[in-house]
Design a protein around this ligand. Sequence first.
Ligand SMILES: Cc1ncc(COP(=O)(O)O)c(C=O)c1O
Length: 373
Amino acid sequence: MNIPVFKPLIDKKTISAAVKSLNVGWLGMGKSVDEFEKKIKSICDLSQKYVVAVNTGYSAIHTALMLMQIKKNDEVITPAFNNIADLQSILSVGGKIVFADIDKSLCLDPLKLEKLITKRTKAIIVCDYGMNLANHDEIIRIAKKYKLRVLHDAAHSFGSIFKKKKIGSFSDITMFSFDPVKTITCIDGGAIIVSTKKERDLAQKIRLMGMGQPSSVMYKNKRAWTYDVEVHGYRYHLANIHAAIGVSQIEDFGKIKSTRVKTVKFYNKNIVDHVFLVKPVLGKGIVPFIYFLRIKNNLREKFMEYMSKNKIDTGIHWQPANKFKLFQKLKNSHLIETNKVAKEIVTIPLHSNMQLRDQKKIVKIINNFFKYL
Ligand SMILES: Cc1ncc(COP(=O)(O)O)c(C=O)c1O
């Protein structure tokens, strides 16, 4: 069997949490969701913020854009080097995508940001990448100058620290994803981190098709039989079983983080230095999500083939969105770094419980590839 790019850590404890949840007899949103939100709040130092769990990262982004009141023809700036969820969410609220370029961090380039701002710009979506964090200080400064909202897509940076502050604690609105391959998984899940009670209350309604829930039933494994429908909403709530899995994962976060950090350090130390190869830099306080290499000189496809022949899977995060049929008409001539990076980037396996045997094999095969160039 090939070594996969992703492999979640599902141990006996997580399985037993799922079984226990099924045995409770309440399968909808309830007590476990409350517990999960509290765990996120505590592990991410969010005492000044509010956490609303939802059923996917996409739902979190879509809900966040509704909270920001992005409407038809409002412009939202975000990198083309991005996850499709950000772009589809902008379309879901009727907004217009404005592609931004990235810098060496592979995140939104703040130096090229101001040029993209127009009278119709309402928000910026900034995305952390792999084990890199965006230049948040500078992006927040620009957003404040032009009175723009910022959605921080932190699907890749759960639990990381930016300049002594935990991810989620300093942004206008932050989203997390807990999908099947993320550092922490609920199988599928997401969360929005907001700064006001008003936005928390609205997000709680949006996730339940607009229905308000009194505190006598919310998170109590109960449902209200009389309620009002106050806003346009979606079916975005998280079920107890997903939250229970998430709680169990967060309890193992120390182990997950240290194995990932150790593996990245092993790769960085043992993968050869070569003119056609750029390795990532692991910053202090980072919980790495993916390990990416940049393979120069148009050698990426040959590298991926070689890895595959040697039973090691590789991936591409991401194809640039400006190449997709749906987005080809959007302005893209300025995406210089995006187009360069997109040809070079490749993801190699990084798991939450990675065996040293697999790490050694991967390093050996990569080094063999570069030896004969
Ligand atoms: C950066 C980023 N944003 C958003 C998402 C969407 O999250 P989900 O898959 O939970 O909908 C992902 C998922 O891969 C992601 O990597």
